[in-house]
Design a protein around this ligand. Sequence first.
Ligand SMILES: C[S@@+](CC[C@H](N)C(=O)[O-])C[C@H]1O[C@@H](n2cnc3c(N)ncnc32)[C@H](O)[C@@H]1O
Length: 274
Amino acid sequence: VTVSADDGPFGSATVAENYRRYLQPVIFEPWALRLIEFVGLAPGDTVLDVAAGTGAVARAAASAVGPGGRVIASDISAAMLAGVAEGADAAGAPIETLVCSATELAVADSSVDVVLCQHGFQFIADRTAAVREFGRVLRPGGVAGVAVWRGGVRMEPFDTYGEAMGELGIESGFGAVPNSRLSMSEADVAETLTAGGLEGVEVVTVSLDLRWASPSDAARGIAGTPFGAVVSALDDERREELFALLSEKFAGGGAPRQQRQTAVLGKGVARASR
Ligand SMILES: C[S@@+](CC[C@H](N)C(=O)[O-])C[C@H]1O[C@@H](n2cnc3c(N)ncnc32)[C@H](O)[C@@H]1O
């Protein structure tokens, strides 16, 4: 799916298309390379990307495992999965898509070498049940790796999006979701992976500096977030007011605003005997 340059984020584009256009290249593709480096993939591996969204991890994994490997991109949203194979490495593994919940993976027992779940774990209501599913579909000795925003630090650009909406009195619809649901500590991640039955669990904290093409691109990224539907429903004047405020915040008075993201990466091994 392509969005033409003159069709702004609230023309005909959906939240999924705006995610792919603004957030995927700046946020999720750089994170995918870090998660894959942390977990480690071998040529020929079968990889399951859970909560794959628009496929940043699936495509990076397909390049890493090569033509002898296999990649399955799964997500609860068919709209997010729609363009997963776009831009995939022609010399990489084929990518299949699968619409299913992280807690009910439509994948056979002991059939994959690696499960990856990047910045989707926080949206899963029963994370321990999801980890048990990762363990079920992994072959004994296979590895699951997750990336989750780290709690207790600013979460850019999302905190700025929420603050700007608050300053303009726009109800984000996210007020009812405690921030603690959307981020985790190293201990939370380690405990969840262990409680879900994985062994040899390791966690690290990693930071990444975002490189937006412009402050207005950073502002437009809001259209690809869970705030997107609310922003889309605003009248044109109100929406322009929000974009102007966001652009001003991201421009930071001339110097590019520091946008560092921090995440916890965790991994664990599926038990040899189950
Ligand atoms: C922030 S996106 C991350 C997508 C992708 N992993 C990436 O790195 O770009 C979160 C994704 O989680 C998916 N999701 C949320 N809850 C889910 C669940 N219970 N099972 C499967 N996917 C879920 C959403 O549909 C969305 O695509």
